[in-house]
Ligand binder design. Structure first.
Ligand SMILES: *Cc1c(COP(=O)(O)O)cnc(C)c1O
Length: 337
């Protein structure tokens, strides 16, 4: 197998890094206090809570679900691995929409499962009726990456109702979107919602993600996960973060405002910009390939994500950085184009 190719993580401090959708702002000050506190006394010597009960209690109050509907993970990629190992037998069938998150295919290859893709329609909606039968696990990233688009809740409901086997709604970017799928959980027994703390909560370095599903599903996932898959420091950080919704609401408004300005400016430069409900924008050009633009930006120490999907053309996925970072990007773009 080829293996999943992560976005470039260059450590040069001069680089403006707009390629893997990290939050450009620091996490809540309460996160730093909580991690400091976790470094005192006995906490590192002892094992962490296996199911993260303190975190689950805090998250339950914010998300409006019961604590036993939540599974903790070492990043949401860990959660996606646990889901695959739980529900897909060797020789089983997995599926996802395309273009979307590339990791889903790698998970199928590792599991020895086949992987079917269903193309998004040109307007980024999903074909109906759903064309696949006999699948064990199907992924929908909503909002989607790289497009930044969303499938409306009514369409998610219809889709999950038609998909055979388990249905994973990967909500890595839901905190930036107008809506999310948690309300659908009681009516759809095959639905699992996943969230990451890497984007909205500005904690990509700490590795934390969750699954939210019916308690009976969470009990099965708990049998498969590593016993202590989240450490004391990540649990302390994630608990403090989710409890500081006021701080993160402030970051959300700043990022959405910058996203709006970035979209307008890119359109002025001749890009087709897909309307985004995430902390990135997907932009393409009708007049020329964009790989040379990606290369020229990189030579100017600005890193964006170049992607090329058969049938959809190539494009740039640009993370919404700080206003200063986006201004530098636009200055470079104007020079390059
Ligand atoms: C970033 C991302 C993830 C993974 O998040 P981690 O918690 O950092 O592992 C999962 N799904 C999608 C669609 C993402 O963009």
């Amino acid at each position: 197998m080829r293996g999943y190719l992560p976005g470039e993580q260059l450590n040069d401090p001069d680089i403006i890094k707009l390629n893997t959708n990290e939050n450009p702002y620091p996490p809540s000050p309460r996160v730093f206090e909580a991690v400091q506190a976790a470094l005192t006394g006995d906490r590192l010597r002892k094992y962490p809570q296996p199911m993260g009960d303190t975190f689950r209690q805090a998250a339950s109050e914010v998300l409006g679900v019961s604590p036993d509907s939540i599974l903790i993970g070492n990043g949401s990629d860990d959660i996606l691995t646990i889901l695959t190992r739980t529900f897909v037998p060797e020789g089983g069938r997995m599926a996802a929409l395309t273009p979307s998150y590339i990791l889903y295919q790698s998970l199928a290859e590792i599991q020895g499962a086949s992987f079917e893709t269903v193309p998004f329609q040109p307007d980024w909606s999903v074909p109906t009726p759903w064309p696949l039968k006999d699948t064990h696990l199907t992924f929908l990233a909503n909002p989607n990456s790289p497009s930044g688009t969303v499938l409306r809740l009514a369409d998610v409901r219809t889709l999950a109702g038609q998909v055979p086997g388990m249905f994973v709604l990967d909500e890595a970017y839901a905190d930036f979107a107008e809506d999310d799928g948690l309300a659908l959980l009681p009516e759809l027994p095959n639905l699992i919602v996943t969230r990451t703390f890497s984007k909205f909560y500005a904690l990509a370095g700490i590795r934390f993600g969750i699954a939210i599903a019916a308690p009976a599903i969470i009990r099965e996932l708990a049998k498969v996960k590593d016993t202590y898959n989240c450490d004391v420091l990540s649990l302390a950080a994630a608990t403090a973060a989710i409890q500081d919704q006021g701080y993160y609401a402030g970051l959300r408004s700043k990022i959405l405002a910058t996203r709006g300005r970035l979209g307008v400016a890119l359109a002025k430069l001749g890009f087709q910009v897909t309307p985004s409900q995430t902390n990135f924008v997907w932009c393409q050009r009708a007049d020329r390939p964009v790989q040379p633009i990606y290369e020229a930006l990189k030579a100017r120490k600005i890193l964006v994500r170049y992607m090329n999907y058969a049938g959809y053309g190539d494009g740039l996925r640009i993370t919404v950085g700080t206003p200063a970072e986006i201004e530098s990007l636009l200055v470079a773009m104007r020079a390059v184009i």
